[in-house]
Design a protein around this ligand. Sequence first.
Ligand code: C2O
Ligand code: CU
Length: 430
Amino acid sequence: YSVADMGRHDHGGRAPGGAASTVPVDELTVPGDREADVRLTLTAAQGRFTLASGRELDGYTLNGSSPGPAIRAVQGQLVEVTLENASVPDGVTLHWHGVDVPGAMDGAAGVTQDAVGVGESFVYRFVADQAGTFWYHSHQVSHEQVLGGLLGPLVITPAAGAGADVDALALAHLYGGKRTVNGRDGEDRVAAEPGDTVRVRVVNTDFGVMPVWVDGAPFHVAAVDGTDLHGPEAIEGVAVEVAAGGRSDLVFTVPESGAVRVNLSGAALLVGEGGVAASEPPGDVLDLLHYGTKAPVGLDLATADREFAFGIGRRPGFLDGKPGFWWTVNGAMAPDVPMFTVAYGDVVRMRIANDSGEAHPMHLHGHHAVVLSRDGVAATGSPWWVDSLEVRDGEEFEIAFVADNPGIWMDHCHNLPHAAEGLVAHLVYE
Ligand code: C2O
Ligand code: CU
């Protein structure tokens, strides 16, 4: 196999094994004696439940409902969630998708913890130090448990507030193959007055990319994957694609007519009073590679310490002794995919090339990466930080990130059946 690690370039100013590889203690642990600011218990159960809109389903709930409760924290607060498993036979965990929590809190069953069995519990503690839109979900048999409803939204607001009069959630999920918004079939509604600025936090919990578009007002994309964009321009009649697992915060002002419709491809969030006729999805799609204005990324990319290739393919072989047509990473099949090895403080560049015949929404745990280029075309817009990146067949992205969160981190496709079919790699700290 082509070894994933294409080598480490030594560069001036940093002795190998020197000061830069000393890990600050707070990257590894959350102070046990610190009081939690946000504390709740989430009880997972399997069984029949009713969506907010009345439809009955078989699946999974947290505290009796799906989606689970919205967790809201202010930046800097300590969040403590006790997960209890009342009746999920396969066991459960909670992964804080997009939050770069300490490794032990990542909720990756079989990697950072064992799944929590029936009658057991696990306490997650992390400091909510990134303001933005996130979500949580089980990371045990995730292709079934996420599909079946073991998920919920997580919003971290800056201490100064979200900067909008109305701060709304639009969590999209397909229950029984039908798209819902905030657990409702069809439409959900949030109150707002003409003149109000509104931030709609769109969360795509499904396995495929979701086009989102807005009727009734121009809008801008304020943030992607929990990170604000720099200088985003107002747009109209353009669709915004949200990758599986990804988030997009849309900001607009409610017009005199009183209502705005945020379309989620089969469901919608209505903002304000009255209705707005649903439109067809616009043919134009926003290209985040060239959206917003340039700003420093805070990474010295000229001196990358590691360069990795992440080549996605597909071929026949055996996975867990089972013959099939499985996904490959750099030609290798799970569990033989070499780990990507980094040292604390490394600047890492990764080339993700998809030559597999299908799109893959790639999700890296514990880190945010900035997109440098797509198919050799350099990014010219705002720094575009991602944790969930849609990589279409034939595309090649170059991304970069800082290895600043020690642990073992999954890097996998968020079309979760694909992850179960082998599209999983790991990032490990030496
Ligand atoms: Cu949202 Cu490894 O997952
Ligand atoms: Cu995939």
